[in-house]
Design a protein around this ligand. Structure first.
Ligand SMILES: C[S@@+](CC[C@H](N)C(=O)[O-])C[C@H]1O[C@@H](n2cnc3c(N)ncnc32)[C@H](O)[C@@H]1O
Length: 197
C-alpha cells in the first residue's frame, strides 16, 4: 500500500467533493436509518451526513485512514463505533443492521463477492444497502481505457480497480437493486438496494 495515500486522500478529493460528491453523499447517506454499518469508512467523509440513526458501526482495515477520521467522529452527534476489519470478514452477528453504506469502496475490496455475502449475512431482511461507486463504463472505448489503466492505477491508489463492474456484482449477489443513478457519463453510480429474501 502506498504510504502517502491516507495523507493525501482528503486533499485529492476536495475538488470532487466540492463539485458534486458532497450532494451525492448527503442524498444517499441521509436515507440511512436504525442500526447502520458503514464499510471502508476511510477518513470518515460520510460521518456528518448521518441524521437520526440509532448508531453507526463503521469498519476500516487501514489504521492510517481511520486515524484521519477521528476529528470527524468528535464533531458529530451520531454515535459512531469504529473497528479495524475487512468487508470480507465482518465482525458482527447475522441480521443485525437496518442499513449498510459503502462509498467508493467496492473498487478496492480484494474479494467483492465475499463482501456482498457478508453484507447479506449481517443485514436484516428488508434492510437498505446504499452504495456510491465508480465503475467500469458501458461506453466501449472508455471501458477499454479503464482496463488498460487498472494495473498501474491499482499500484498508485491503494488497490483501486478502475474496471470493476460493481453493479453486475451486486445484481449477482441476490440483493434487489431498486434504484441506480448515473453521474459523469456512467463513471459513478449510486446503487440503492434492498435485502429482500
Ligand atoms: C477510496 S477509499 C474511500 C473511503 C470512504 N469510504 C470515502 O467515501 O471517502 C477506499 C477505502 O476502502 C478501504 N478498504 C480497502 N480494502 C477494504 C476491505 N477489504 N474492506 C473494507 N474496506 C476496505 C480502504 O482502506 C479505503 O479506506
Amino acid at each position: 500500500m502506498a504510504k502517502w495515500f491516507p495523507h493525501i486522500y482528503d486533499i485529492a478529493m476536495k475538488p470532487l467533493e466540492k463539485m458534486r460528491f458532497e450532494r451525492i453523499r448527503a442524498n444517499l447517506v441521509r436515507q440511512a436509518q436504525g442500526k447502520v454499518l458503514e464499510i471502508g469508512f476511510g477518513t470518515g467523509a460520510n460521518f456528518h451526513y448521518y441524521q437520526d440513526v440509532e448508531r453507526v458501526d463503521a469498519i476500516e482495515p487501514n489504521p492510517a485512514m481511520s486515524k484521519q477520521a477521528n476529528k470527524r467522529i468528535q464533531k458529530t452527534h451520531t454515535p459512531i463505533y469504529t473497528y479495524q476489519a475487512k468487508a470480507e470478514e465482518l465482525p458482527f452477528e447475522d441480521n443485525r443492521f437496518d442499513t449498510i453504506v459503502a462509498t467508493l469502496v467496492f473498487c478496492t475490496i480484494p474479494d467483492p463477492e465475499k463482501a456482498l455475502q457478508e453484507i447479506r449475512r449481517t443485514c436484516k431482511v428488508g434492510a437498505k444497502i446504499l452504495l456510491f461507486e465508480h465503475v467500469k463504463m458501458d461506453q466501449k472505448m472508455m471501458g477499454k481505457t479503464q482496463e488498460a489503466l487498472t494495473p498501474v492505477w491499482r499500484k498508485m491508489c491503494d488497490g483501486c480497480h478502475l474496471n470493476r463492474d460493481t453493479l453486475k456484482l451486486v445484481k449477482q449477489s441476490g440483493l434487489e437493486v431498486q434504484k441506480v443513478t448515473s453521474y459523469y457519463g456512467g463513471l459513478f453510480l449510486t446503487i440503492e438496494c434492498c435485502n429482500s429474501l
